[in-house]
Design a protein around this ligand. Structure first.
Ligand code: FUL
Length: 493
């Protein structure tokens, strides 16, 4: 072969190779983008996902405090004062279910140490009270009623016990674990376990009447307790200041940070160190674990029922604002509604809850997005699997996503007729991790696009309230994201 022919053949071969390489590259690229996005770790467990979807849960604070008027019982209260005159657990569950709550967490034992179930490990319980002549078991009554009406049941067992003689010593930890075992083996499935951060101080302590301090970091040896609990209830989620499954949101007024990452690095786990409340309120963008925030807040000034607070029950409007700053910022609301001395939710609380429900229904029933034509700046691999129509199909398993390397993008909704818009609701597909760092909402004002709201994180759910306006087009622009955005739902009200 002459050199020139050799060259020609080589060149020809080279171009065939390049073509194959190009085809290969292109094929790979579109192939990758036809696959679901790679998850951004950390991601929620299946139990955490189910918890996010509950959105609203209720807290019941009920113990001797209800009858003494205290918030923190000293631990020397006689069980004989626990005497609800017209107890109606069915009423608690019916009202809470009807107004939208998906689960109830009961203070089985608060700091005063009085047990709402007949624990075999102490005399300081309902078994020595006049309630049902000592035959009552509030934990059983409530867990049964929850199960019958399809609500989940959770337990609060105060680590701090101002009644118990051994509090502060090793024997108390055994006592605490024995009690936990009773609660987790006798009352059916428990979805959440609440470890309260208030710990140690003065108390009755079996008659010693003294002040006892514990080392919050080491005293309880939580990992062992959690392992024991999971042995009985594999699906249980643990709430404490910093997790491990659900974190405290850092305040008890009902608000989450405007930026809310579900992720946190648990180097502060179980701690109550000063300065962490800010971190708990916002989470951290680069957190190594999925530890979403829960917003505990009471419908009344106190956690327990006090007749003098009957006129200070939060109004439907106040509860609606709390909803927007908790559920509307991607967290779960845990609203406390304390039963009164009859053992019933008070009329004022019920009225407020019903008004709140009505406010929610008025605001979030008529979703305009389902009537819109929805388009997007681009979608993954141009595959219908990731198309913008998925945003309005009401299916939580489908989503809109961009190509792997595209971390911004816009979604547009358009109507033939102008729509009055007051709220924009958006949800990330969190099984693949939390991604969006910032976004804007724009509305077409017949001349140009006007920015009507902007925010940072989305997570499980973000609701933005805008000044009500009429428009034929809404655009959501994702301006920054940790990875390609993956959005499962957009609703417009
Ligand atoms: C706090 C407790 O001290 C309050 O009494 C209440 O139970 C609240 C939910 O948590 O830490």
């Amino acid at each position: 072969m002459r050199p020139s022919t050799k060259l020609k053949t080589l060149t020809k071969r080279k171009s065939i190779f390049s073509l194959i390489a190009l085809l290969f590259l292109f094929g790979c690229h579109s192939g990758e983008n036809a696959l679901p996005p790679t998850a951004i770790e950390p991601t929620p467990s299946k139990d955490q996902l189910a918890w996010h979807e509950m959105e609203m849960t209720a807290f019941i604070h009920f113990t001797t405090n209800t009858f003494t008027g205290k918030e923190w019982g000293y631990g020397d209260e006689s069980p004989s004062i626990f005497n609800p005159t017209d107890m109606d657990v069915e009423q608690w569950v019916t009202v809470l279910k009807e107004t939208g709550f998906k689960g109830i967490i009961l203070t089985c034992k608060h700091h005063d140490g009085f047990c709402l179930w007949p624990s075999k490990y102490t005399e300081h319980s309902v078994k020595n009270s006049p309630y049902k002549n000592g035959e009552g078991d509030v934990v059983k009554e409530l867990s049964d009623a929850c199960r019958e009406q399809g609500l989940k049941f959770g337990v609060y067992l105060s680590p701090w016990d101002r009644n118990h003689k051994d509090y502060g010593g090793a024997e108390y930890i055994t006592y605490y674990r024995n009690q936990l075992e009773e609660l987790l083996t006798n009352y059916g499935p428990v979805f959440e376990m609440w470890f309260d951060g208030a710990n140690g101080g003065d108390g009755y302590y079996g008659g010693q009447r003294e002040t006892r301090h514990i080392d919050r970091e080491t005293y309880y040896d939580w990992p062992t307790t959690i392992e024991l609990a999971r042995g009985h209830q594999p699906d249980i989620l643990f709430f404490s200041d910093a997790g491990p499954d659900i974190r405290w949101i850092g305040n008890e007024q009902g608000y989450v940070g405007k930026t809310n990452w579900n992720t946190l690095t648990p180097d502060t786990l179980y701690a109550g160190k000063s300065g962490i409340t800010e971190l708990l309120n916002t989470g951290s963008i680069d957190g190594t674990r999925w530890i979403p925030g829960e917003v505990d807040v009471s419908i009344r000034p106190g956690w327990f029922y006090h007749a003098e607070e009957d006129s200070r029950v939060k109004t439907p409007d106040q509860l609606f604002e709390i909803y927007l700053s908790s559920v509307g910022r991607g967290s779960v609301l845990l609203l406390n509604v304390p039963p009164d001395r009859r053992g019933q939710l008070h009329e004022n609380d019920i009225q407020s809850l019903r008004g709140f429900r009505q406010r929610l229904d008025e605001a979030f029933t008529n979703n305009r997005a389902t009537e819109a034509t929805v388009t997007a700046s681009s979608y993954r691999g141009k595959s219908s699997r990731f198309a913008p129509e998925n945003l309005i199909d009401g299916d939580k398993e489908t989503y809109w996503a961009t190509n792997e390397d595209i971390t911004t993008g816009s979604i547009e909704l358009e109507w033939d007729e102008p729509q009055t818009v007051s709220y924009v609701l958006i949800q990330e597909y969190i099984p693949l991790g939390q991604r969006v760092k910032s976004f804007q909402v724009k509305a077409w004002n017949n001349e140009q696009w006007e920015t009507v709201s902007e925010a940072t994180t989305i997570g499980y759910k973000r609701i933005l309230r805008i000044d009500p306006m009429k428009t034929t087009r809404i655009r959501i622009e994702i301006t920054d994201s940790k990875a390609c955005p993956v959005i499962t739902n957009v609703a417009i009200y």
